[in-house]
Write a protein that binds this ligand. Structure first.
Ligand SMILES: C[S@@+](CC[C@H](N)C(=O)[O-])C[C@H]1O[C@@H](n2cnc3c(N)ncnc32)[C@H](O)[C@@H]1O
Length: 242
């Protein structure tokens, strides 16, 4: 019975992902038009689509009483992958009010006193205090000014602070110091995700490596629910501001 319910919920999500047109003039309007009808079912489908988030958070070596900024935090799903008591402050930033409303529900249900949400564009987010950790999980691919967002993360980190990113990508055609993807992967996945304004770029990872000292990099392939024929490339990057 649960399986049938889950399947019907997945079908609804897949319909919205593939058939529902994204409307709006501003980036925020377009995000809302995409997410507002999916917000309640977001976590269940994305748990299987957005792989590596739990492993990324588990891999981090963090100072005690850490200040954490999650950029493009959505429903706050990364809170599920950590012990929030190890953080003195957690700030979740996102432009989609309907996804942040789900994060607010989680915060009040769990009674998290150290977690705040901010409905803001990550590229302009300001804070008087700096952070020990900044994360982007599957958000860089949805941020049009991703280079500004990475620069913002750099400015908001303390020296020695860490950036942790997990996302889909495609490699450059010639890629001497990283994994190189074949023609099909470099063309099919950017086109497929592009329908939902998710931009799989060959430049995100090189720019992260350029801006931060690399601490850890895992490059892999993830299954996409209901698409059995190929796997989409994704990476986990941890870097340090020096
Ligand atoms: C695929 S979701 C990932 C959400 C969450 N990090 C997770 O792992 O489930 C991408 C998120 O980026 C947010 N986003 C995209 N562009 C943004 C921007 N310029 N400023 C803030 N958030 C943005 C979207 O609203 C969405 O919540």
């Amino acid at each position: 019975m649960m399986k049938a319910k889950e399947f019907i919920r997945d079908l609804k999500t897949l319909y919205k992902l593939t058939m529902q047109p994204v409307r709006g003039v501003s980036h925020q309007d377009r995000l809302e038009s995409f997410y507002s009808s999916q917000a309640e079912d977001y976590d269940s489908f994305r748990e299987r689509l957005l792989q590596g988030r739990r492993d990324l958070m588990a891999s981090l070596e963090l100072p005690g009483s850490c200040r954490w900024l999650d950029l493009g935090a959505g429903t706050g799903s990364n809170l599920d992958f950590v012990d929030t008591r190890n953080f003195s402050e957690i700030d979740l930033v996102d432009l989609s009010g309907s996804l942040l409303a789900q994060a607010e529900k989680k915060i009040s249900l769990e009674g998290f006193k150290n977690v705040k949400t901010h409905e803001k564009d990550v590229s302009d987010f300001e804070s008087p205090q700096k952070y020990d950790l900044v994360t982007f999980s599957y958000s860089l691919t949805m941020i049009p000014d991703w280079f500004r967002a990475i620069d913002r993360a750099y400015e908001l980190l303390i020296p020695g602070g860490q950036i942790a990113v997990v996302d889909f990508y495609s490699s450059r055609k010639f890629n001497p110091d990283s994994r190189t993807h074949n023609w099909w992967k470099r063309h099919f996945w950017p086109m497929w995700f592009g329908f939902d304004n998710v931009n799989l770029s060959p430049d995100h990872l090189p720019y992260l490596k350029y801006r931060f000292q690399q601490k850890d990099l895992i490059e892999g392939f993830a299954k996409v629910p209901y698409l059995p024929l190929d796997r989409v490339p994704y990476y986990r990057f941890v870097g340090v501001k020096i």
